[in-house]
Design a protein around this ligand. Structure first.
Ligand code: IPE
Ligand code: IPE
Ligand code: MG
Length: 240
């Protein structure tokens, strides 16, 4: 197992810079998305090698639906093809695969392959690989509040306990229920923003920004981000 210091339980990545990577080479933006799949493979392997238990990837935001239709279509086809192609690797390496996000917006074909992949890998224990698809942090908080309101409407007796609602109780309504909050959020490509990602869950995540474009972000860059994380002092608002 690789030694890179204090290992985070959950590493999350905002995979950014595919378009710029392609444009720098005079290629269509979609070439960057295709190359980016190699980085997903490399970082997944690195996560397993380093002993990370959860790796989550921001693959497509709710806002990304607003991109040109041809790019959206290519991205969706790429997700479909990659999931089918990677299924045997997930089985071999004990990877549990999960997709989280606004799944009603995805096609029936894509949802079917996601369900199949999630079902086949559900008992795997080495690493949980979460792909956020059609996800946004504000959408997640809103849908959680909606579920809570529905439950409250059908169980009026719950009203008394609404005062006692704490953050861990609200966690259960988010799509990430059962998944620990990310210890580390990495964003590639030099952008320094969250772009509507894990707004609730990232409250105390360490942030690492890398200038490397996602298609060039491979095992060594992943390990370097882990080394940076291991030097951080997490205080959670307390005094040490
Ligand atoms: C990230 O790369 C992939 C998605 C957001 C789907 P981009 O496509 O955002 O690449 P840049 O930021 O335009 O270079
Ligand atoms: C964030 O990247 C979303 C994903 C990586 C899936 P964007 O490229 O969409 O973010 P902005 O537009 O630069 O904020
Ligand atoms: Mg981008």
């Amino acid at each position: 197992m690789e030694t890179v210091g204090n290992i985070p339980v959950h590493v999350s990545i905002i995979m950014d810079g595919n378009g710029r990577w392609a444009e720098e080479r005079g290629l269509a933006r979609t070439a960057g998305h295709v190359e980016g799949v190699e980085s997903v493979r490399a970082c997944t392997e690195a996560a397993v090698e380093c002993g990370v238990k959860y790796l989550s990837l921001y693959a497509f935001s709710e806002e990304n639906w607003g991109r040109p239709q041809a790019e959206v279509d290519t991205l969706m086809k790429l997700m479909f093809k990659s999931m089918i192609a990677e299924m045997p690797t997930f089985a071999e390496n004990g990877i549990r695969f999960i997709v989280l996000g606004h799944r009603q917006r995805l096609s029936d074909e894509l949802n079917a392959v996601i369900d199949d992949c999630m079902y086949r890998t559900k008992d795997n224990k080495n690493l949980t690989l979460v792909v956020f698809l059609s996800y946004s942090g504000r959408w997640d908080i809103l849908q959680a509040a909606g579920k809570l309101a529905m439950e409250l409407a059908s169980h009026p007796g719950m009203a008394a306990s609404i005062e006692e609602l704490d953050t861990s109780c609200f966690d259960k309504y988010l799509v990430t229920a059962g998944i620990p909050d990310p210890d580390l959020i990495i964003r590639t490509s030099g952008e320094k923003r969250l772009s509507n990602y894990l707004l609730w869950q990232g409250a105390y995540s360490e942030l690492v920004f890398s200038d490397i474009l996602w298609p060039d972000f491979r095992k060594e860059e992943f390990r370097e981000a882990l080394r940076t994380y291991s030097k951080r002092d997490r205080r959670y608002g307390k005094v040490k």
